[in-house]
Write a protein of this length. Sequence first.
Length: 246
Amino acid sequence: MKGVLCVCCVVSVWLLAANSLVIDSPRRHRDAALAIIGAFLVAAALVLIWLARVQVPRELYVSELGALGEPTAEQFRAALLLLVAGGLFVAWSMRDLRSRPWVLRRGTPALTLAFACSAFFVASQVPCTPSCPLPLGDTFTVQDLVHTLAAIAAFAAACWAMLQVAFAPGHRALSGITLLMALAVGVVAATGGLLSLARWNAVFGSRLELVATTIGIAWLVVFGIVRAARLVTRPALTTAATPDSA
């Protein structure tokens, strides 16, 4: 986790230096700043989630970190709020992106990511009850239903946003890895959820969910940094040819 923050710091310094050399509209600079701030916030959210997880000695699903009565509940809620804020900043910085395939053009990546953030916000405000019961049995409440639906919607929208970015022009270096990570998040999260519903090997399922969460959040950190770098350096390609350099 410290390595991620160090990378963010290095890139931030580089972006500030690049800004002094590249002449461009203030809008691009603002969007680059939002993208890098968003990446910082999302990285902080990931650190908080892992710090909360290592505090709990037993195996549990990620949502249980924020369950009512858990000592990590407030920390997990803060992590989700950081994720929401950072995700919205990154979403705003990529509002001009459009995916090529017609199936993925239904909504922009920015709108999809914003929807995922709104679902995560609902999940943060409506935590599950102790032990996050499954939607089977008498212990499952309306509060658990709202939290579960919000979490599922957030994961699904995040995967869809990643697919949209993977097939959007302008980030060729990230397209392949984004596609792989989107598929990984979808498959791993779905497998963990099915194991939970089947009440079989819950330990393995909880670990899968943590892996899926980590992959998705880490991707958003990397994409925010790359997006900021792209916004800052792209104008240099159009302004490099000057009378002095000819």
